[in-house]
Ligand binder design. Structure first.
Ligand SMILES: Cc1ncc(C[n+]2csc(CCOP(=O)(O)OP(=O)(O)O)c2C)c(N)n1
Ligand SMILES: [Mg+2]
Length: 548
């Protein structure tokens, strides 16, 4: 006999869970008690937002569901942001939430919520355990839903009496996503469409990508001289040094790559949803039937034809599809010039206008591009600082970018916590802004508590610059709600027990970065920047003149 709590933790273990993020609650004490004896490392966060975002990042980086445990009611609603990101980003995640005892259900008991309703539109699935006896069955279902088809978040509520209940139910089995291979006729058709193209573009995106997928897709693209672009915040999906790699379809998109997608006559999307950001608000590729011949590969048949009508839909898991593409006989490319020009455009994106003020983020990113090890993990939240962080970074291996495709602020710090726990020997850099950092700064305490020497690069421009930029464009001169008066960031870092410095000049960055790495502690380097340079290509004064 064992309690429901123990049965649940046993199912986590047999599914290979090694790390779980929580904010404790009295609503799920039997689960916590079972974790006392478990090899699973339980990491206690300071806000459910942080716990959920860390679990989301775990799912994104490992491909296995990130586990987050929170209490009922307020715990669950605070965790919702991570569930939303897991949904938008297609990351496997399981949120385990406390719940009132079964006998109280429906009375709106203390902190009671109907999780099926609350998370119904956010998670891939949300429901409640009904008995200790059926926990292995429910957990198998949760793992299965989280990893299969389009990966995503599952929310499972745990009534406290179910967790305390004893049963002698047997364990379930480890769940892995079923593999789906494209069939020969689909591959033949793909090859025919490709052979007829003049200006093809491969676009890679989320939905079960792996390191092996990267290698196979890269080999396929190089063998066929195909240009390949990454969807927003999937920049680590292909080695950016490959002659085939031509850039990212992201926020503040480079005009050249936007034109490549618009002018392509064939788009081969391997994973991804061709969402609002990579299609520049559905303009570069117009739904429902784009001008471009569209081949869309996705593990979930429901995603094929949902927004765009592909000429060739292929329901396949990405590693299997990538291996099959690699094995295809290369076609005779008629697009070498097109591909070469796209690569040259990409290489030009590293050029940057000098920044006003004493701290130049373009120069700092150039230094990081030269000096960060290839396996260093980069994380961020949302804000204009990410435009520098993405445009001037170069990724060489999968699993090194953990950023929210959902565009959610507050993600970078907890994602860095997760990344450093997964990869204790790697360098982990979190890019953040003054607004973004404060949203999740309590997780700096988590980093200190668990000895995680992450390096936080905090771009301080004294405002919510992204919003200010849009505000100046749409309502010139009417600045409201976007100014920030900030804490003393290095002092705040010190108060948490972290290393903290303000880098006043570009030339001081290298030394400060070195000191951050050798401090052995979490470190916050504040980069005070001139607000005039509100984005790499946009000056605040030009916006105010209506010229940008
Ligand atoms: C959770 C959440 N709240 C609000 C927003 C809207 N938003 C997007 S970027 C941004 C400003 C971020 O400010 P900061 O971190 O200082 O970065 P900056 O744009 O100044 O570089 C805001 C408020 C968001 N994306 N996510
Ligand atoms: Mg800011």
């Amino acid at each position: 006999m064992r309690t429901g709590g123990r049965t649940l933790v046993d199912q986590l273990e047999l599914n290979g869970v090694d790390l779980a993020f929580c904010l404790p609650g009295e609503s799920y004490l039997p689960v916590l008690d079972a974790l006392y004896d478990s090899p699973i490392r339980l990491v206690t966060c300071r806000h459910e937002q942080g716990a959920a975002n860390a679990a989301e990042a775990y799912g994104k980086l490992t491909g296995r569901p990130g586990i987050c445990l929170v209490t009922r009611g307020p715990g669950a609603t605070q965790a919702a942001v991570g569930v939303h990101t897991a949904k938008q980003d297609s990351s496997p995640m399981i949120l385990l939430v406390g719940q009132v005892p079964r006998a109280f259900r429906g009375r709106e008991a203390w902190q009671e919520l109907d999780y099926g309703q609350v998370f119904g539109g956010i998670a891939k699935a949300a429901w409640e355990l009904d008995s200790a006896e059926r926990i292995p069955e429910h957990m198998a279902e949760a793992f299965s839903i989280a990893v299969s088809g389009r990966p995503g978040p599952v929310v499972l509520a745990m009534p406290e009496d179910v967790l305390a209940e004893q049963s002698d139910v047997a364990d379930g089995e480890r769940i892995d996503a079923p593999r789906l291979t494209p069939d020969a006729a689909e591959l033949e058709r793909l090859r025919e469409l490709l052979a007829a193209a003049d200006r093809p573009l491969v676009v890679v995106g989320e939905g079960g990508w792996t390191a092996e997928t990267s290698r196979d897709v890269q080999a396929f693209c190089e063998a066929n001289a195909l240009p390949v672009a990454c969807a927003f915040r999937c920049q680590d999906f292909v080695d950016n040094r490959s002659p085939s790699y031509v850039g990212v379809l992201g926020v503040a998109m480079d005009e050249a790559i936007a034109a490549r997608l618009r002018d392509a006559d064939l788009v081969l999307a391997i994973g991804g949803r061709l969402g609002e950001v990579p299609t520049r608000r559905y303009t570069l590729l117009e739904p429902p039937d784009p001008r471009q011949t569209l081949i869309h590969v996705h593990p979930d048949p429901d995603e094929l034809g949902r927004v765009y009508e592909p000429d060739l839909p292929i329901a396949a898991t990405l590693p299997e599809c990538a291996a099959a593409l690699r094995a295809l006989d290369p076609v005779m490319p008629r697009w070498r010039e097109w591909a070469g020009a796209a690569r040259a455009d990409y290489e030009r994106t590293f050029e940057h206008e000098p920044m006003e003020g004493d701290v130049d983020l373009g120069e700092i990113m150039a230094f990081l591009r030269r000096s960060l090890p290839g396996d260093a993990v980069q994380t961020c939240g949302a804000g204009n600082f990410t435009v520098w962080a993405h445009r001037f970074a170069q990724f060489t291996q999968f699993g090194t970018q953990a950023c929210p495709r959902s565009g959610s602020m507050g993600y970078g710090l907890p994602a860095a916590v997760a990344a450093q726990l997964i990869h204790p020997d790697r360098v982990v850099v979190c890019f953040t802004g003054d607004g973004d950092f404060v949203m999740s700064s309590p997780e700096l305490a988590t980093a200190v508590q668990y000895d995680l020497p992450i390096v936080v690069l905090l771009v301080n421009n004294g405002m919510y610059a992204t919003i200010r930029m849009h505000q100046e464009r749409q309502f010139p001169g009417r600045v409201v709600g976007t100014d920030l008066e900030n804490p003393d960031f290095p002092a705040l870092a010190h108060a948490y027990g972290a290393h903290g410095e303000r880098v006043e000049r570009t030339d001081d960055f290298e030394g400060a970065f070195e000191r951050a790495l050798t401090s052995g502690k979490p470190a916050v380097l504040e980069l005070p920047v001139d607000p005039e340079r509100i984005s790499p290509r946009v000056r605040l004064s030009d916006l105010q003149k209506g010229a940008a």
